[in-house]
Design a protein around this ligand. Structure first.
Ligand code: MG
Length: 204
């Protein structure tokens, strides 16, 4: 199983980190060991002093596909979740400055939090019009709608499947809206999708 993540898929987030909006999707991977086991807290790692939350909509691939045409992409998923793409921003900045890969800043243990999945049919909304929000200790810090993605879910699937076979169970973190920021030990992070609390994560 692989965890594909998209960088800079919301214009306002690209701008807040002083990155240009990309002309094609930018993907990176997290290893499956990055998945935070269910109901476990996120333990703040000792190699970073600046871990950021990035709340994202996560899509799970339902069947194997390669070179998927955009118009058929919706046949390859039926459920969505919320995820946290925890990022050691200090390590990422060092890597970016040196022109080196982001892997360690995004791929460490616990850096991928995934909520339970909901079927799109139960949400009664299209994948391109889902609102989601992150609350840090009760205060709303991120607020997005998948309609604001630079590259839609179907476009992302079509694009990446030209390069990599998508397999059942693969996850796609579809990018974070603006409002990313640091977390601290003791924080409680709550994510809502369409007003429903789906994700809860304690930082220890
Ligand atoms: Mg992200």
């Amino acid at each position: 199983m692989k965890i594909l993540c998209v960088a800079r898929n919301y214009g306002a987030h690209a701008a807040e980190l002083h990155n240009p909006a990309p002309s094609e999707p930018v993907f990176f991977l997290k290893p499956d060991s990055a998945l935070l086991p269910k109901n476990q807290p996120f333990f703040y790692p000792d190699f970073s002093n600046d871990v950021h939350h990035e709340l994202e909509v996560v899509v799970r691939i339902d069947k194997v596909g390669k070179c998927i045409e955009e118009r058929f992409a919706s046949r390859y998923y039926s459920e969505v979740a919320l995820g946290l793409d925890f990022t050691a921003r200090d390590l990422q900045q060092q890597a970016k400055s040196a022109g080196l890969p982001w892997l360690l800043s995004k791929g460490f243990d616990g850096a991928a939090v995934v909520s339970p999945f909901m079927s799109l049919s139960s949400l009664d909304k299209g994948i391109d019009n889902l609102s989601f929000a992150l609350y840090r200790n009760g205060e709303r810090v991120q607020n997005g709608n998948t309609g604001d993605m630079l590259f839609s879910v179907d476009k992302l699937i079509s694009y990446i499947s030209r390069f990599m076979t998508l397999k059942t169970g693969d996850l796609i973190f579809t990018g974070t809206p603006s409002g990313v920021g640091p977390v601290a030990i003791g924080d409680v992070l709550v994510g809502e999708l369409e007003g429903r609390q789906l994700l809860r994560c304690r930082v220890k």
